[in-house]
Write a protein that binds this ligand. Structure first.
Ligand code: ZN
Length: 411
C-alpha cells in the first residue's frame, strides 16, 4: 500500500470548486499528495515513475458520502438484522461495505452511527492498511434519548448530565464526529419522525462538548420542531431535514449549517415497499414523509443553504457504493449537476471539517481522485462509471488497462 508517483494525463479536470471543466489536463501524484496540475503538454514527465493516459475521461476529486452506516447492508428489515447481529458479523459486513464503497469512487465517508465501536475500529484498520476502504470519519454510537431513534446503535441519555457524559464517552471511545438524534425516525419502532427527541438544552450540551473537543456534530432531524431545536443548539449539520421552511432556512443560511438530504433513503423504502419485505410500519412512515422531503429539499436549494451529499447507505434497499444514485436524485430535485458535484466533493469536505486535505483537485491536497467515463455535467449518472480510483496516492481500482504504463497498485 506504499504510494509512489505517477502522471495521469489527457483528462478533463472538474476540480470540485465549482470552476468550469478544463480539458487536456494532467495531474502528477507524488506520495500521498497532488504535486502538480496543469496542461498536459506542460507536465513535468520526468518526475513520475509511470504515465497513465486517462483517455479524455473526466477527473474528479475522490467523492465523499457524508452519511453511511457501514455495519448495515440495505437489508429490507433492519430491526431483524440488528436483533440477530453479532459483533463479528457486523464487523465483516462493515469491511465488505468499505471495500465496495471505495471501488465506487467514494474515498471518504462519514459513518453516522454503528453499534459496539465497529466503525471507529474499522476506520483505524483501514488507515493502517489491514483492509481496503475509504477514509472513515466515524461517529461511534449515536447519542439518543431513552427509547429514541437509533437506540440500537446508540447511547441512551436523558438530561444535561447524562448527555454530557455520553458525548464525552464517545469522544473517549474514538468518535471523530458526534451524531445526535433531535427527532424520531422512520426505522425505529414506536417513534414518529416528526416528534422531537433530545431537548434544546440537551442538544446544546452535546454541541458544546463536541466543539470543545474540536469535533463537529451532526443531527438526525426530520420534523420541524426538532430541526429548530438543532439550529438553536448550534449543531453543524442536519441529516434528512424534511420540514425546512423559510424561517428555519434563514437561520441555517446565517449559521452556515449544512443539509445532508439522503433522498435515497426514503426512496429505497417507498419504491420497494412491503412486498419486498420491509415492515409495514416502516413503509407507512416513509410514504407519509416522501413528498415533504422533496418540498423541503427544493426549498433548501432555493435558499442557498449549504448542501453536502449523503445517502444513509445501509438502510433498506440503500446499498453501499450507490452515491451516484443519490446525486441523480439531487439533480432531479433541482440542484444543477455542477452544484451536485460540489456537494459531493468540496462542500462535503467542508461539512466534515476536512477541506484543508480533501475535496478538490489542487496541488498540496491528498491525492484522492476518481476518473469517470463520460461527462457528469451533461449526465450526472456518469459518476457511477468509474475507471480509476486513487486514495491517498494509492490506486485502488484501475480499468484503464492498455491505455498507459503500469500503475502502482494497492496490495
Ligand atoms: Zn442514518
Amino acid at each position: 500500500m506504499t504510494p509512489t508517483s505517477f502522471l495521469l494525463t489527457n483528462v478533463t479536470v472538474v476540480d470540485g470548486t465549482g470552476a468550469d471543466p478544463v480539458p487536456g489536463q494532467a495531474v502528477v501524484v507524488e506520495g500521498r499528495r497532488i504535486a502538480w496540475v496543469g496542461p498536459a503538454g506542460d507536465a513535468p514527465s520526468t518526475a513520475a515513475e509511470s504515465v497513465v493516459d486517462g483517455g479524455g475521461r473526466t477527473l474528479l476529486p475522490g467523492l465523499i458520502n457524508c452519511h453511511v452506516h457501514l455495519t448495515h447492508d440495505g437489508t429490507p428489515d433492519l430491526m431483524a438484522q440488528v436483533a440477530s447481529d453479532t459483533i463479528p458479523v457486523a464487523t465483516l459486513r462493515a469491511a465488505r461495505a468499505a471495500r465496495v464503497t471505495l471501488q465506487s469512487g467514494v474515498t471518504t465517508v462519514r459513518d453516522c452511527g454503528a453499534a459496539d465501536g465497529v466503525a471507529v475500529e474499522l476506520a483505524k484498520e483501514i488507515d493502517r492498511g489491514m483492509v481496503p476502504g475509504p477514509r472513515v470519519q466515524a461517529a461511534g454510537r449515536v447519542i439518543t434519548m431513552t427509547g429514541g431513534h437509533g437506540h440500537f446503535i446508540g447511547r441512551e441519555a436523558d438530561g444535561a448530565d447524562e448527555v454530557r457524559k455520553a458525548t464525552r464517552a464517545e469522544i473517549k471511545g474514538g468518535a471523530a464526529v458526534i451524531k445526535v438524534m433531535a427527532t424520531g425516525g422512520v426505522l425505529t419502532p414506536g417513534v414518529s419522525p416528526t416528534q422531537t427527541a433530545l431537548l434544546p438544552e440537551e442538544l446544546a450540551v452535546v454541541a458544546q462538548e463536541a466543539h470543545n473537543s474540536g469535533r463537529r456534530v451532526t443531527t438526525h432531524a426530520i420534523g420541524r420542531a426538532g430541526i429548530a431545536n438543532a439550529l438553536q443548539a448550534g449543531i453543524d449539520s442536519i441529516e434528512h431535514g424534511f420540514y425546512l421552511d423559510d424561517e428555519l432556512l434563514e437561520l441555517a443560511v446565517d449559521q452556515g449549517t449544512f443539509l445532508v438530504p439522503t433522498i435515497l433513503a426514503v426512496t429505497g423504502i417507498v419504491r420497494n415497499g412491503q412486498a419486498a419485505g420491509i415492515p409495514a410500519w416502516v413503509v407507512d412512515k416513509a410514504e407519509r414523509e416522501a413528498a415533504q422531503q422533496r418540498r423541503s429539499f427544493a426549498a433548501a436549494v432555493a435558499s442557498g443553504m449549504r448542501i453536502a451529499a449523503g445517502t444513509d447507505a445501509g438502510t433498506p434497499f440503500n446499498q453501499h457504493g450507490d452515491l451516484a444514485l443519490e446525486l441523480a436524485l439531487m439533480v432531479d430535485s433541482g440542484l444543477t449537476p455542477m452544484q451536485t458535484l460540489v456537494a459531493a466533493t468540496r462542500s462535503a469536505a467542508e461539512n466534515l471539517g476536512l477541506a484543508h486535505e480533501i475535496g478538490t483537485v489542487q496541488v498540496g491536497k491528498l491525492a484522492d481522485l476518481v476518473l469517470v467515463d463520460g461527462d457528469p455535467l451533461a449526465d450526472i449518472s456518469a459518476t457511477g462509471s468509474v475507471a480509476l480510483v486513487v486514495k491517498d496516492g494509492v490506486v485502488h481500482r484501475d480499468e484503464l488497462t492498455g491505455t498507459g504504463a503500469a500503475v502502482p497498485k494497492a496490495a
